[in-house]
Design a protein around this ligand. Structure first.
Ligand SMILES: *Cc1c(COP(=O)(O)O)cnc(C)c1O
Length: 342
């Protein structure tokens, strides 16, 4: 179910637990590790996308829009959530997908999105890069008529405002945390969390883990750093001040959307130790990074809350390729079971 906005934090607190986790690699470390289970929001409008879409959908409806248009890659978590949310809200939806060689039959994710009633427009990489430019908008309009544009990832100020509720969730737990860790794509969720905890005393430091490597977080020049600062700056007019956050990346992990044998093994062990299934694109790498930090004693004797931002249907992209065959059996079994219930 898509939530109504403003989000009811009391209701969310009862539905989205914070779980203490003790993966085997925590053994030697004095860190107390917890996970906020946003993967339990909803099977189809998943995790942080649920929060980012909440206000976007309400805003579009109250402005009288009947059709929404958004953007994503062939396995985009956002597009899957966007299509589900629009279907549920009774809105028409259009998805502009990167890859002109693709069709609705290319993969299970696109098939599902088509099945939800979404109109798909496939564009080449160059057109996708210029997706917000005037001539491109005119082109979409010529194909599908008028629409309300929701940017890639649902990442606009409405999305950031929706994600503020995640910060409220963090601050309203029985446990007081020293650090909060989450994985970043566009950085909108991070900005929302930072804004959501601002104004509280004893707010934890927020750490964003970039899925796009070291260059995205380079001091002064990293695009992700700039993006988050921009989200926070624009929000200042709403009377919120921003607080500390840090961005990180890990050069030893494979690039965006890639998995290694080692990472799959790590995910299988994490599942076995904690019962929590991580997603392949964001939270799996976040936890691999947290493991490194724990082993290097960067977080000694502290209470650390990792945010599970959902995205489990991302596994759809890893089942029919070679990677599916190499996957540890228990991990593969759990993934299949979860995906069937979507
Ligand atoms: C989309 C997504 C993110 C990235 O969120 P941003 O707001 O774009 O930074 C993180 N985790 C998961 C599981 C996602 O699906």
């Amino acid at each position: 179910m898509i939530p109504s906005y403003p989000l009811n934090v009391t209701d969310l607190l009862s539905r989205l637990p914070v779980q203490k986790v003790t993966p085997r690699w925590l053994n030697e470390s004095k860190v107390a590790l917890y996970m906020l289970r946003l993967d339990l929001t909803d099977a189809s409008v998943s995790g942080n996308k649920w929060f980012k879409l909440a206000k976007n959908i309400i805003d579009a409806q109250s402005a009288g829009h009947q059709q929404l248009l958004s953007f994503g890659g062939a396995y985009s978590n956002h597009i899957f959530s966007f299509s589900s949310a629009c279907a549920e809200a009774g809105l028409s939806s259009v998805a502009v997908i990167r890859g002109e060689e693709l069709s609705a039959d290319s993969n299970p994710m696109l098939k599902a999105v088509k099945g939800l009633g979404t109109t798909l427009i496939f564009v080449d990489r160059e057109a996708y890069r210029r997706k917000y430019e005037q001539d491109r908008l005119t082109y979409y309009r010529s194909q599908v008529g008028e629409f309300c544009l929701i940017p890639e990832g649902g990442s606009n100020q409405a999305g950031v405002s929706g994600a503020e509720a995640i910060g409220e969730l963090v601050m309203n737990q029985a446990t007081e945390f020293d650090h909060v860790m989450l994985a970043c794509g566009t950085g909108a969720t991070l900005a929302g969390v930072v804004r959501g905890i601002s104004g509280y005393d004893n707010a934890p430091m927020v750490h964003g883990f970039s899925s796009f490597g070291m260059r995205s977080v380079a001091a002064g020049t990293g695009w992700l750093t700039k993006e988050v600062e921009q989200f926070l700056e624009e929000g200042q007019s709403e009377g919120r001040s921003s607080r500390g956050f840090q961005l990180h990346a890990d050069a030893s992990l494979p690039g965006y959307g890639r998995l290694s044998q080692e990472l799959m093994h790590f995910g299988a062990e994490f599942l076995e130790d904690t019962g929590v299934l991580l997603d392949p694109v964001y939270t799996l790498k976040l936890m691999a990074f947290v493991q490194r930090w724990c082993q290097q004693d960067c977080l000694e004797s502290q209470k650390v809350l990792c945010i599970h931002t959902g995205g489990l249907h991302g596994w759809l992209g890893y089942l029919d390729e070679e990677s599916g065959g190499d996957m540890p059996a228990q991990l593969l079994g759990t993934i299949k079971q979860r995906l069937l219930s979507l």
